[in-house]
Ligand binder design. Structure first.
Ligand SMILES: [Zn+2]
Length: 72
């Protein structure tokens, strides 16, 4: 599934959420099972690192609650 090529016409958005500029074919990624686009790879990478940041925070919180003894 991740090997499937992403096409700009499959992107759910038409403009970059950071800049409002039109999205570019070389600046696509996947989010929640959909193709989303950005105006350049730098914007896409900023999004990817934000997602990674939240994923890491969530994983840490799950770990903390499993060790905290508050769960049954
Ligand atoms: Zn952008």
């Amino acid at each position: 599934m991740a090997d499937e090529p992403m096409r700009i016409e499959d992107a759910v958005n038409e403009t970059c959420p950071w800049s409002g500029k039109p999205i570019a074919a070389d600046s696509l990624t996947r989010y929640a099972g959909a193709v989303v686009g950005f105006c350049n790879p730098g914007c896409r990478d900023k999004f990817a690192s934000a997602i990674g940041h939240f994923e890491a925070a969530l994983a840490e919180r799950r770990l903390a609650s499993s060790m905290g003894g508050t769960a049954e």
